[in-house]
Design a protein around this ligand. Sequence first.
Ligand SMILES: [Zn+2]
Ligand SMILES: [Zn+2]
Length: 196
Amino acid sequence: MGRLLPQLEFRWVSWLRVRASPPPVRERVGNADQALTAWCVEMSRALNLPELAHRVRVSWNPRMQTTAGRAWWPDRAIELNPKLKSLAPEELWRTLKHELAHLVAYERAGRRHTDAHGPEWRAACADLGIPNEQPFHTLPFKRRRMKRNYIYVCPHCEVELRRVRPLGRNVACYACCRKFSQGVYDPRFRMLAKLP
Ligand SMILES: [Zn+2]
Ligand SMILES: [Zn+2]
């Protein structure tokens, strides 16, 4: 105990951030996930790691922005980004297994040093059913932003609206319609296409 290993973050983008110390407790508050925790407990038992089975916890952390998941040691905690819920279930399971593999690798290594995504981690991935897991991969979440090439302007307040697709003809400025015509569509505030 007391050994502090770098904390690993598995990012949407292809790079790894190493944390030297745990973040303040405030940042760690998440919503525990009983079902996913129970799954990790089962897996840890099956892999003969009773200490991990006893302590592993999975939670959702709404503060996570670009990180899909991360594992904390020696807390044996896994945090997941709630955005995973909007992706295909495989992404959630892959992220969970990826992070659990870190904890499995650390648990097995004991006091020995292990590289974050070294052979111990890869072996753990294989045991958890993701033998070809890559240290870094891009999730479908990280899509190229669509260019919003259509620009419209309200003739009254001059607010700008950017759209991927062109707007229909009768779209008016919401703010101005609310302010000057009781929220009813008013052609005076019809959004005008701005020429590039
Ligand atoms: Zn990792
Ligand atoms: Zn307006």
